[in-house]
Design a protein around this ligand. Structure first.
Ligand code: NAD
Length: 481
């Protein structure tokens, strides 16, 4: 069952139109998804508006926590089906679904279930003379922002759908979820589970799939939407921000990245092989992957040798093979874009490994794990997001130079620092203009840890209390005393 979820019913699009869902490993259709038109979108937004304005959903914290616990149970019960969907429609290697692509993120729903009731929605300020010389008590009330449009990308589809929907529901919002056209079932399956396995009332969550990105644009422009939470490219994020300005709609944007992995000169380089090759997981389609490797000049050759050996061991292949971690990229357009960027790289840097499509895989949108060294900090492949299995190695002279190179980017999503001296690495981490930093292999992705970007990597935060608060408005009520 892969229908739109609108006002508590799974159904076809109004015009009964569909679009194919293509498996990137086989280039074959695995089925279809409903192709919503503007009338479907209108019905979804109207249902979300009604559910917010005319029901107790936004005020009944206990009920919301109950529904989110049901959602967690439902997701766990359907985990194997969701795994199949991720492998088939997104080309996520099955090995990765046992980690942050599926298995380890499901419990995050319980974090929001707890927050739904434990968050301090009201804070009483002590009575005092206000600026107008009237002594008053003040109650600061945090209320759900309203109807949320959640727009998601294809690279990390199910976790992002879950993060956005669960956090918005916990806060008391209602939602219209618009998944990416390349991964529609990660949205429709979530809608079906909500319908079949939870008491979440009709209209509280609506799922609208469409082939045309203009449906997303119409959703953002709808004056009944109170907030847009978007994850995707910086280019589309800018368009969304501009469109949201017309109605002064709140936006939370999680955008692109070009993150640096800084190896300090005292680091245990051979021990970093797996970390370095990790940029090719899911064919490098991760916004926060550290796609620039910064090596100290006097250990440059040693670092290159470690990276080269790690890359030479990587094999792309069928995502259903449990030994594979580098699957296909999502579609032919992305593959061709990545190959064009690799061609640019060949002009401006030294190619060490890969650089094309694997001959052994004539079918499927595969790109070889590709390693460049001698990359200048301002080179195109050091500045632009490639979103494929491509790593650029950049030499640096000293710690200040490494920080300068790392910060020399329009993006500021993530970074990594490695050193035997933890204090030194932490000092570097504090100087980086990025929303997250992993020091010596530390992992920041967790339900309670705010995630998001500086600069053109975004606006606002997802996850953690900060991410939850994005879905809240603040009201101050004063009473004379
Ligand atoms: P995209 O920006 O092309 O599309 C994302 C979503 O926006 C899709 O659902 C798409 O249909 C929709 N959309 C497209 N045009 C729109 C418009 N004008 N108005 C409203 N919606 C519109 O991104 P993508 O190619 O699906 O995903 C890859 C990008 O996502 C990369 O740049 C990556 O870095 C970024 N990303 C960021 C994060 C993060 O948390 N920062 C996480 C994952 C991916």
């Amino acid at each position: 069952m892969t229908g739109l979820l609108i006002n508590g019913a799974v159904r076809d699009s109004a015009g009964a139109r569909t679009f194919p869902n293509i498996n990137p490993a086989t280039e074959q259709s695995i089925g279809s998804a409903p192709d919503a038109d503007l009338s479907d979108l209108d019905a979804a937004v109207a249902a979300a508006r009604r559910a917010f304005d005319d029901t107790d959903w936004s005020r009944d914290h206990d009920f919301r926590a109950h529904c989110l616990r049901q959602l967690h149970e439902g997701l766990c019960a359907e985990q194997e089906r969701l795994r199949d969907v991720l492998v088939m429609e997104a080309g996520v290697p099955v090995a990765l679904t046992h980690s942050i692509w599926l298995d380890t993120i499901l419990d995050s729903v319980l974090y929001w279930a707890d927050l739904a009731t434990s968050y301090p929605y009201e804070v009483q300020l002590t009575a005092r003379q206000t600026l107008a010389a009237v002594t008053s008590t003040r109650t600061v009330v945090r209320e759900p922002v309203g109807v949320v449009a959640a727009i998601t990308p294809w690279n990390y589809p199910l976790p992002l759908n879950i993060f956005k929907v669960a956090a918005a529901l916990a806060a008391g919002c209602t939602v219209v979820l618009k998944p990416a056209p390349d991964t529609p079932w990660s949205g429709t399956e979530l809608g079906r589970i909500i319908l079949e396995r939870t008491d979440i009332p009709a209209g509280v969550v609506n799922v609208v799939t469409a082939a045309d990105p203009l449906i997303g644009a119409a959703l953002v422009a709808d004056p009944r939407i109170d907030m847009v939470t978007f994850t995707g490219s910086t280019e589309v994020g800018k368009r969304i921000m501009a469109a949201a300005a017309d109605n002064v709609t709140r936006v939370c944007l999680e955008l692109g990245g070009k993150s640096a992995n800084i190896v300090l000169d005292d680091a245990d380089l051979p021990a970093l092989a797996a970390d370095i090759a990790g940029v090719c997981a899911h064919a490098g389609q991760g916004c926060a992957l550290t796609t620039r490797l910064l090596l100290p000049r006097h250990r440059y050759d040693e670092g290159i040798a470690v990276a080269r050996a790690a890359f030479e061991q990587l094999r792309c292949g069928d995502p259903t093979d449990p030994a594979v971690v580098v699957g296909p990229v999502i579609n032919a357009r992305q593959r061709d874009r990545i190959l064009r960027m690799i061609d640019v790289g060949k002009q401006e840097a030294r190619l060490l490994v890969g650089g094309g499509t694997p001959e052994s895989l004539p079918v499927g949108y595969y790109v070889e794990p590709t390693l460049f060294c001698d990359v200048g900090p301002d080179a195109v492949i050091a500045q632009q997001e490639i979103f494929g299995p491509v790593l650029a190695i950049i030499p640096y002279e000293d710690d200040d130079h490494a920080v300068q190179i790392a910060n020399n980017s329009i993006y500021g999503l993530s970074a990594a620092v490695h050193s035997k001296d933890t204090d030194r690495a932490m000092g570097i981490a504090r100087r980086l203009r990025t929303g997250t930093v992993g020091v010596n292999g530390g992992v920041w992705l967790a339900a309670d840890t705010p995630f998001g970007g500086y600069k053109q990597s975004g606006l606002g935060r997802e996850l953690g209390i900060d991410g939850f608060a994005e879905f809240l408005e603040t009201k101050s009520i004063a009473l004379p005393c």
